[in-house]
Design a protein around this ligand. Sequence first.
Ligand SMILES: Nc1ncnc2c1ncn2[C@@H]1O[C@H](COP(=O)(O)OP(=O)(O)OP(=O)(O)O)[C@@H](O)[C@H]1O
Ligand SMILES: [Mg+2]
Length: 386
Amino acid sequence: MTEATAPTSAMRFDPEIRQRIAAGQTPAISARHLQHYYGTGELSKQVLFDNSLEIYPGEIIIMTGPSGSGKTTLLTLIGTLRQAQEGELFVLGHSLHAATKSGLRALRREIGFIFQAHNLFDSLTATQNVRMALELADPGAGRRAQTTRAQAMLEAVGLGERTGHKPKQLSGGQKQRVAIARGLVHQPRLVLADEPTAALDEASGRQVVELLKKMAKEQQVTIVIVTHDNRILDVADRIVNLVDGSIRSDVLVQETAIVSQMLIKCDVFAHLSPRGLAEMADHLLCETIPAHQTVIREGEAGDKFYLIRTGRVSVQRAAQSQPLAILKEGDFFGEMALLTGQPRNASVVALEETVLYSLSQDKFRQAIAQQASFESEIRRSLFDRQ
Ligand SMILES: Nc1ncnc2c1ncn2[C@@H]1O[C@H](COP(=O)(O)OP(=O)(O)OP(=O)(O)O)[C@@H](O)[C@H]1O
Ligand SMILES: [Mg+2]
């Protein structure tokens, strides 16, 4: 029998990832209580505060946030280009604190870096620049094979016609694409990209993003993209928002959309805008209830609202032999006691393993208060029309 899980914060439920966790897959990146300071002594300045994050193989994460919020710093820590002073960081199964110098070098070969400064070699052609990465990562491969791979990679980013050009003969966007090809050519297991599409027009940006998506989905490459470019948001499995050095939100995009659609069917949330729904979804806690376990008990005080993500529950009263109702995916319960302040008027029991989202009484009340102001606003506007 499955154990009930402790509620996990926010939108950390994703059917595929849950399966992988259950199968014992380790995250590609795992940060625990990560802190970072620049400078020492009196000049020391903390820029990352207690950040925890887990990213699984094949996930595409978009990290965003205001300038100076610490995005590049976090990316360089993950990329082993800097060492965090406090907290733990595991990358592709290696603890960065415990790693030796040669261990870190080997690890870096499994990472593809696409950073803002291109650092292309002016004297080398596009192909030669890209091939450099292969020579470092896979020195044993034959030169001709390396050249073929470098050219194929340039082709994939839309630079098939420019393979023999040197950086000076290329536009900013074309140079950026050479840098992208160089970051990807050695088939890294992890790609860290800092504003990869900033210098690109819409079509080239899309081409690069599609390529990253293909790598993630077909080869389980993990991809972290720092960006302000909202044209590429649709590629993200998750959006992580960093503000003032702290992860402010970390949401699964598709899951938020599914849950928002579920919430809107409940009167209490029906007035919320997509943004309001997403915010509400962000406050939900996810828990797994094994079959036959009671979720709420008749007569007890109500403290949460529940939404069924998967599974089925039975609503029953002690005095009655037949259940009052069987609820399934997308149904919700527990709102009556929160609305009326009365004890729970029925018990709810899981009929099978059931995944629930719950919302605290406080957040639930907040939604009602917004609804009240929404309604009074409408009343006023109707009244003013007269
Ligand atoms: N090498 C450094 N030495 C000292 N302070 C630094 C260094 N690099 C960054 N900082 C400071 O750390 C903070 C976070 O910087 P970081 O570059 O990580 O932000 P960012 O979110 O990537 O910003 P942007 O969107 O502008 O690229 C900023 O206050 C910045 O001034
Ligand atoms: Mg930055």
